[in-house]
Design a binder for this molecule. Structure first.
Ligand code: FE2
Length: 209
């Protein structure tokens, strides 16, 4: 299955500055907009504290290195080994944290898997049915050990695949284009769903369709 070109270009939040100093991009919707599936307090903490920390730490790591101040998040992640050794790990972790959260929060406001959407049509063709995809994606989200993400991505030929990443790694580092993701760090769901990640994933899908 080949993903529509328009879908591949659907990078998040392109209207915001994508280089140092990286901004804390607003949610674009109310903290309460995802109730009752994701609660208001979780969204406040997740965006205003967790994401802000990644933004602040990324900017702090890059501040002494003006030669990299025009680099995008994507470049910082995919060309990380070009950076000075002293900041490679900090930039990888925090640029990943910023990219992944910007992607996740942007997606949550858009119901990207709704009937008739390009992404859903592509998914149905690739996986045979939306139910098959949902089952496979849910299993991936549940098998992430500790903190990380499950992803739907496309490769350079446009073929879709489901994968998982640990911590703040993401598919860009593997040459893949992210299309859809779920953040399964406990900070994304613990206040409402406690330790029951399966309930969070089920609620997440109700927001996404
Ligand atoms: Fe998160």
């Amino acid at each position: 299955m080949f993903v529509a070109e328009s879908q591949l270009q659907a990078a998040p939040a392109l209207e915001y500055q994508n280089h140092y100093p990286f901004p804390l991009i607003p949610l674009g919707y109310a903290y309460s907009a995802l109730e009752p599936y994701i609660d208001t307090k979780t969204m406040e903490l997740h965006h205003d504290r967790h994401l802000k920390t990644y933004v602040d730490n990324l900017n702090a790591a890059l501040a002494p290195y003006p030669e990299f101040h025009d680099w995008s998040l994507e470049l910082l992640l995919t060309q990380n080994d070009v950076l000075p050794d002293a900041i490679q790990t900090a930039v990888r972790n925090n640029a990943g944290g910023v990219y992944n959260h910007n992607f996740f929060f942007s997606q949550l406001g858009k119901s990207p898997l709704k009937q008739g959407s390009i992404l859903r049509s592509d998914i149905e063709q690739t996986f045979g049915s939306f139910a098959n995809f949902k089952d496979a994606f849910t299993k991936a989200a549940l098998r992430v050990f500790g903190s990380g993400y499950a992803w739907l991505s496309s490769d350079k030929l446009g073929s879709m695949q489901i994968s998982t990443t640990a911590n703040q790694s993401n598919p860009l580092e593997l040459g893949l284009q992210p299309l859809f993701t779920i953040d399964v760090w406990e900070h994304a769901y613990y206040l409402k769903h406690y330790n029951v990640r399966a309930d969070y994933v089920a609620d997440f899908f109700k927001l996404s369709v």
